[in-house]
Ligand binder design. Structure first.
Ligand code: AOF
Ligand code: ZN
Length: 343
């Protein structure tokens, strides 16, 4: 085998490293990472994984299980490129070099500003480095984390429920139960899968939403998204959102790019925007939306209460274009999932 190539034993070890990675926490600022160390004759001699921010990285966790000298000439198989920075721990690239590791196999490059560069450092020290082994699987496992790290913001989904004619409320403002129970259950499942859920202050004042993720019987799901409130209006101290199991975050919303970057720094990888129309439109008009979830009821409401406000589109050629990714029937309603058409 020449430098940079990989073997069936490397692939098997990477599968094991993926399993180990999944023992780490799904949420938080750090990725899930797993590491397997193979002796020069291909035996697994140590395993490690990362348990979350502030704890040892996967490579260091694995090396710690070996006697001094035991890693000499060994191969480290890691799901993510070994880091090159001193954060909560020292650079993994240096820990591997110091332990005498002769080969490193990793799946996906570290997209971090400070942490990247580990592969180059290893190569400069004479370590044989192979990248890209099972990278599709690791990309899928770290999907949201990689998105947030590469784009410096969470993945953003905007959700609304409307009538056939795109109305989200009646003239008197009533908007509850536009859609049926199956659609509402679907919303709650998707809320629970998001790291954070956002509304504007107008919606807090008008609807007093709890922003919790609940089963149809009212029980809370284990995973609760962090509530985020955008806007300048004061939120009453007894608003339901203040009783959410996670402390709410407040942003004025004047600089959405900066607000999203701050959310990403806090470990928010996916953001679910629930309304109202002003907030949803602001994110869409800023080009910061990755997915629309539109629940459509077979009703007509008419009148002024549209699901979205102004988007800055004044002529039809300027309409924002999406592709339907999913069209699903939920009881009497339709769920349409649409993503921006790549330009
Ligand atoms: C690795 N192995 O197991 C992990 C890595 O704050 P720190 O010091 O824990 O650093 C976090 C960053 O390090 C994280 O954003 C990512 O770029 C990398 N994570 N790297 O070599 C690991 N968890
Ligand atoms: Zn590291």
């Amino acid at each position: 085998m020449s430098a940079g190539e990989h073997t069936a034993a490397d692939v098997a070890a990477m599968r094991r490293a993926l399993e180990l990675a999944l023992r780490g926490p799904a949420r938080g600022v750090n990725p899930r990472v797993g590491c397997v160390i193979l002796s020069p004759d291909g035996e697994v001699i140590a395993e490690g994984w990362h348990r979350g921010a502030g704890t040892a990285h996967a490579e260091v966790d694995a090396l710690a299980k070996l006697d001094s000298g035991a890693a000499r000439g060994a191969t480290a198989v890691v799901t993510l490129e070994p880091c090159n920075h001193t954060g909560h721990t020292g650079p993994c690239a240096v820990a591997l070099i110091d332990a005498g590791i002769g080969r490193v196999v990793y799946a996906v490059a570290d997209p971090g500003d400070h942490s990247a560069g580990g592969a180059d450092r290893l190569r400069s020290a004479g370590v044989d480095v192979t990248a890209g082994v099972l990278d599709d699987e690791v990309e899928a496992m770290l999907d949201d984390w990689l998105f947030a790290a590469r784009h410096r913001r969470p993945r953003v989904t905007v959700k609304w429920a409307s009538s056939l004619d795109g109305r989200a409320a009646a003239a008197d403002g009533t908007s509850q139960w536009i859609t049926g129970p199956e659609a509402r259950a679907d919303v709650h499942r998707r809320r629970s899968a998001a790291d954070a859920i956002a509304v504007g202050t107008g919606t807090v004042l008008a609807d007093d939403p709890s922003l919790t993720a609940r089963a149809p019987g009212g029980q809370f799901f284990d995973a609760q998204p962090v509530p985020v409130v955008f806007g300048r209006r004061a939120v009453p101290s007894d608003a339901a959102v203040t009783r959410h199991p996670q402390a709410p975050l407040f942003f004025e919303g004047a600089e959405l790019h900066a607000d999203l970057a701050e959310l990403a720094r806090r470990g928010i990888r996916s953001l679910f925007i629930e309304g109202g129309p002003t907030l949803a439109s602001a994110f869409i008009a800023a080009g910061l939306v990755d997915e629309l979830l539109v629940y459509v009821a077979p009703t007509l409401i008419g009148g002024p209460r549209l699901a979205l406000g102004e988007l800055g589109v004044t002529t039809i050629d300027a309409a924002l274009r999406f592709d339907f990714a999913v069209i699903e029937r939920l009881g009497d309603n339709l769920l349409l999932v649409a993503r921006p058409t790549p330009t």
